[in-house]
Design a protein around this ligand. Structure first.
Ligand code: NA7
Length: 305
């Protein structure tokens, strides 16, 4: 690898805004995140499989590339924020993919939630192509993404992390370097195991209380004010009361994360239990709703039993 060229990537404070940023993946998370980099004054160019989704960002001054590898040629740092392992591998490895062009010495940052194995695979392919790679998935859904308050868990070389850090600071309230490639993805699977368990725990508690005649609104207040009350539960209360679950974090993504955690070796009683229920909810067509719709699935399962 040509280290001189890598050192030439501008990262001195006054030069940061000269860095050209590429952003791939304009879903629920990608749009507000790329938007925060634009708001911070960065030069951002985007690519999305469905180009129409770029329009709100183009209206705010973003550029658009017609192929992922063109984006890499134009940019110093390229972020990906897409659905899953298949999507991110396609974006890196396909004919028009990031690694198919002639660019060298870039920093590629995958913020999607994928398996640690996929992160290590992409890191190695990037290394072979003369680039550096960070796996840097996030904890937090659309609200924190909009507010720039995500938690970013990164794996890869410390030096790459340090260079990208000012950008992470625009996307999140906390960015942690956890170790070599794959560490970020591993930490993400662990925190999302807790998220899946917590959300199912709230759903089970509300349903149990309802069965005993306790009104849901009051039960949610009790939970929120108790020792286990969290911003998550407060944030989901309106949705539970309305029985409407527009996706802040889609249930299909939680089902994927629990599957990946299981593949990575999570086999505890709770991990097995939530894995099974989110997969069943997915099969019942609840995947595009918010993960809190696990309540609807559990309620249905209770009625059927
Ligand atoms: P969304 O809102 O479902 O958005 C998914 C994005 O991934 C969107 O830009 C998709 O493009 C893109 N995508 C999906 N499959 C592909 C393939 N095969 N090729 C290229 N692009 C693809 O997800 P979120 O923003 O909520 O979540 C993103 C990640 O954060 C995910 O890993 C979560 O678990 C956490 P489209 O617009 O459909 O063309």
């Amino acid at each position: 690898m040509n280290d001189e060229k890598i050192k030439a990537i501008p990262y001195a404070k006054e030069e940061l805004h000269q860095m050209k940023i590429g952003w791939i993946g304009l879903g629920n998370m990608g749009i507000p995140m790329a938007g925060n980099l634009l708001s911070a004054g960065y030069d951002v160019t985007v690519w999305n499989r469905t180009p129409d989704k770029a329009e709100p960002l183009l209206a705010r001054g973003a550029g658009i590339a017609d192929k992922p590898y063109h984006l890499l040629e134009q940019c110093d740092v390229v972020f990906t924020m897409v659905s899953d392992d298949t999507a991110v591998k396609a974006i890196y490895m396909e004919a028009d993919g990031l690694l198919s062009g002639n660019a060298r010495d870039r920093i590629l940052v995958d913020m999607s939630t994928v398996s640690p194995e996929t992160s290590r695979f992409l890191a190695e392919r990037c290394r072979q192509a003369g680039h550096r790679f960070l796996d840097a998935p996030v904890s937090g859904s659309v609200g924190p993404a909009r507010e720039g308050k995500l938690i970013i868990m990164a794996g890869g070389e410390q030096e790459s992390f340090d260079r990208v850090r000012p950008l992470f600071d625009k996307l999140g309230k906390l960015a942690l370097h956890l170790g070599p490639n794959g560490s970020g993805s591993s930490a993400k699977l662990a925190i999302n195991l807790l998220l899946g368990i917590t959300v199912q725990g709230v759903a089970e508690t509300v349903l149990f209380a309802r069965e005993m005649g306790i009104p849901t609104e009051q039960m949610l207040t009790i939970i929120s004010e108790s020792a286990v009350g969290t911003p998550l539960i407060k944030g989901k209360a309106a949705s539970i009361l309305a029985d409407e679950f527009p996706a802040a974090f889609a249930l299909k993504h939680m089902a994927k994360d629990l599957r990946l955690a299981r593949q990575a070796g999570a086999s505890s009683p709770l991990a097995e239990s939530v894995y099974a229920s989110y997969q069943s909810a997915l099969r019942e067509g609840l995947g595009d709703l918010d993960l809190m719709a696990i309540l609807r699935y559990l309620n249905g399962a209770k009625v059927e039993a």
